[in-house]
Design a protein around this ligand. Structure first.
Ligand code: B1M
Length: 210
């Protein structure tokens, strides 16, 4: 599809208004919000990520791409959230200390809302105290943590170990995710599950709450 190619290019170029417009057009053409999200936006960001890794794109450019992506996501958010699904439970989610990547976390939050979960998003760069406070304030069924850097993902173990010390670990399902993680890492830090993407997070949350 030409327009999808255009979205990939516009995301690469960080063109926020163009991304907003294309998101609307794809929806008008009858695309499901989830397909616009995954096939147009997420795939576009994957391409940005490759060239960022290879030193072709730099932080300022990738920031523009991220902002354009967020603009598209905010159009899709209400559409994904309004399924009228019965409430399944509550999740607190945040990106760990030292890490400011939030697109994946936001996406997981959106999909969880859409599936019928209440989602409390505590943002980025969260020290363990923030998770503890949010758990106390919101009493979630699920705690979700996101990390996009190999240097920040070990912090998930700090949070889980602290929950154990305080006798809080078993009261919550702990789910972890982020591009550098894998199943083995998730088990090693003591999470209930590693979630590869937003859709898997929804399925895993439903399964574990049964
Ligand atoms: Co960053 N960055 N970045 N960056 N960045 C990566 C992660 C990197 C892989 C790029 C690369 O080199 N190829 C690399 C990490 C390398 C490593 O650790 N081995 C990297 C780096 C190095 C950095 C900086 C250090 C760069 C620098 O300053 N020199 C710096 C660090 C800042 C910090 O956090 N302290 C940095 C900064 C940035 C920007 C600010 C420019 C921007 C972030 C903007 C923002 O988030 N608001 C940015 C971006 C955009 C990226 C890439 C290109 C894209 C990330 C993204 O949004 N993907 C990324 C490349 C990549 O990941 N391949 C990269 C789209 C998103 C939908 O996918 O986040 O994977 P993702 O989320 C998925 C799943 O992982 C999963 O579900 C999501 C949806 O399906 N998931 C969860 C994620 N969290 C979950 C939580 C869950 C469950 C599932 O909880 C239950």
């Amino acid at each position: 599809d030409e327009l999808v190619q255009q979205v990939h290019d516009d995301l690469y170029d960080g063109l926020k208004e163009e991304i907003e417009e294309a998101t609307h057009i794809l929806l008008e053409r009858g695309w499901a919000p989830y397909d616009v999200l995954t096939k147009a936006l997420v795939e576009g960001m994957r391409i940005v990520g490759e060239d960022f890794r290879d030193g072709i794109l730099f932080v300022p450019e990738v920031l523009l791409s991220a902002n354009a992506m967020k603009a598209g996501m905010s159009i899709l958010r209400p559409l994904l959230a309004e399924t009228g699904a019965p409430k399944l439970g509550k999740m607190v989610i945040g990106t760990v200390k030292g890490d400011i990547h939030d697109i994946g976390k936001n996406l997981v939050g959106m999909m969880m809302e859409g599936a019928g979960f209440d989602v409390v998003d505590i943002g980025i760069n969260n020290p363990v105290e923030n998770y503890l406070q949010a758990i106390e304030d919101h009493e979630p069924d699920i705690l979700g943590m996101s990390a996009l850097l190999t240097t920040t993902m070990p912090y998930m173990k700090v949070v889980i170990d602290t929950l154990k010390e305080k006798g809080l670990r078993d009261q919550h399902i702990v789910l972890v995710g982020g591009a550098p993680l894998n199943e083995e890492f998730g088990m090693a830090v003591g999470a209930d599950a590693y979630c590869r993407d937003a859709a898997v997070t929804v399925e895993t949350a439903k399964d574990l709450l049964k």
